[in-house]
Design a protein around this ligand. Structure first.
Ligand SMILES: [Zn+2]
Length: 107
């Protein structure tokens, strides 16, 4: 799992102990949070990261409405329509993220 490898490399490069990995996860990236948490534990087993935590920050789905000319946050991923004007909004701005935003380390 690349997140673990990435964190591990970073820890080795800076010669620190990673205690937590902060991740941004969008509901549209195709990865389920619970699955990610459990596979993280497995991927960290027997590595220098085994005592670290995975902290997941949920990213809301934000679309761009061409009618309002504004970014709108969707309440649900069932309907890709602007909550203000009901225009279909296939233009996704946020929600597909799966990225590491920070590493918490013990210096
Ligand atoms: Zn709109």
């Amino acid at each position: 799992m690349s997140i673990v490898e990435m964190a591990q490399e970073e820890a080795e490069r800076r010669d620190v102990q990673v205690c937590a990995v902060h991740l941004r996860l969008g509901p549209l990236c195709g990865v389920v949070k619970e699955a990610l948490l459990s596979s993280y534990e497995m991927a960290c087993f027997d590595t220098p990261l085994k005592n670290s935590r995975l902290v997941i920050e949920d990213v809301p789905i934000v679309v761009y409405c061409s009618k309002c000319k504004a970014e709108r946050t969707l309440a649900s991923m069932q309907r890709f329509c602007c909550p203000e004007c009901e225009t279909p909004t296939p233009d996704v701005v946020h929600g597909k993220e799966l990225e590491v935003v920070a590493l918490e380390v013990d210096e």
